[in-house]
Design a protein around this ligand. Sequence first.
Ligand code: FAD
Ligand code: NAP
Length: 512
Amino acid sequence: MAALCRGRHRWKRINILNVFTRSLTGKFDYDLLVIGGGSGGLSCSKEAAQLGQKVAVLDYVEPSAKGTKWGLGGTCVNVGCIPKKLMHQAALLGTAVKDAKKYGWQISETVSHDWATMAEAIQNHVRSLNWGHRVQLQDKKVKYLNLKGSLVDEHTVRGLTKAGKGTILTAKNIVIATGGRPNYPTNIPGAMEHGITSDDIFWLKKSPGKTLVVGASYVALECAGFLTGIGLDTTVMVRSIALRGFDRQMAGLVTDYMEAYGTSFAWKSIPKRVEKLSSGALQVTWTDTQTGREHKDTYDSVLWAVGRAPETKTLGLDKLGVELNEESGKIVVGADESTSVPNIYAFGDIGEGRPELTPTAVKAGKLLARRLAGQSTEVMNYDNVPTTVFTPLEYGCVGLSEEEAETRHGKDGIEVYHAFYKPLEFTVAERDAGQCYIKVVCERGGDQKILGLHFTGPNAGEVTQGFSMGLQCGATYSHLLQTVGIHPSCAEEVVKINITKRSGLDPTVTGC
Ligand code: FAD
Ligand code: NAP
């Protein structure tokens, strides 16, 4: 009630009237209100509507600091997975064109890449997805509201239009799936003024040109990878290690390949300031923490890929006492995606400890909708979630890294099978396959249950997806050996794996 007494008088009147009406009738406007129309929110709202619930989804995009905006569908569709994978594909095609000559294609002219053509085609595809999502919501009878939502109480949401006009909506249950947005560093002069983030890069009309990418995780390496691949001078600035949380050996292979591919790395370096010169170029000053020396270089663009922050600040969570993790700012959730306040649920990137991935948000959303509709009690299983980093040499993995397996089971408690292999398509093209590698981490005793599977090479996402089902089913090393390969493929190298690290034998695969 305290929350209702804040704000403008008009709000107070509407809110009190609304809550009063609800308590008299016990009725709500909706069974379910979902705040956030991204990967998770859309899946949750559509599933709930399919199950006969009356549902509305609020989605509102706050423009980026640079003014970039987009449509319905959230991060993945607009400024994440989809445009990223398509730009990665643009880069892979550049490599394929080089390979093509070796395969007999007569390509007479010097091949060059045009950013504007690529960006326009990708942006048009994204717009078609925005439209597709609207149509799907309509077809499934989910009410789509282009409103910025905040909580009034555990059954009431206030929605604001861009013009600041308010609406009050009530529901039996409220789901928060508002995702996150890229961070800017706060202590680097010129960072925000002159830099862009992943919220902008996919919507640029002109090529970013020579680019400094700051950060060294998924977003940084994937963006640096496609920028290099389309021919741009690209440097990654790494303050500590690349791909924190991933298997260290695999992360090393990914960055080694990128270095050979043409991406520059400024290792153990911390940016100090960004200044715009009269020429329009951006001058970045940084410190190499190994030598303590200061360096400067100029770039056309600086892309900050230094992590993401949850979208919780304007949701009114504090007033309702929804518990947040103090460090991350994310919402503390139970196994059933419940928050500390009854009738309010949260999942996807906003949920503390959840993987920041689209398929987990989509699946968790569907399962939550089924539970809220009383159709199921199944909760999301967040174990063995597979993922792929779409760097020039893709890296797919599922389960534990070698380090994590060692921590949990002890060095003597695990057996690591590994193999370097040469993708057949690399042979004629005379491409170096030095970083194409597979590692299967197993328990050492018993049936040698597989704890983790790691793969660098072409189509790593496709390869890893299939094997992830094996891990979900408790696959063992002997299951892997019983599996017949598909020849000739890269994935077959996984089922042929037989050399243990412990043996010290050469893990290079030769011949068929
Ligand atoms: P989002 O998709 O972020 O959706 C949240 C929505 O809520 C947004 O539309 C937002 O505008 C809206 N919103 C926020 N606040 C409010 C409010 N108050 N009222 C109304 N609406 C609001 N994942 C993968 O699995 N594979 C990939 O290849 C991949 N690539 C990525 C590449 C990049 C560059 C990035 C940044 C992310 C990538 N991800 C990838 C991660 C993936 O995009 C996210 O995990 C996923 O989008 C999370 O879904 P969500 O529903 O939690 O949030
Ligand atoms: P992230 O995983 O949190 O990584 C942030 C990176 O920025 C780290 O390398 C970090 O270095 C560095 N960093 C942080 N602050 C910095 C600073 N002030 N100066 C310099 N470097 C700094 O963030 P992300 O790459 O944005 O990815 C976010 C999430 O999106 C991921 O967890 C992933 O789940 C999802 N995603 C998925 C995919 C995919 O599935 N292919 C692709 C993209 C994104 P330290 O290690 O030193 O902290």
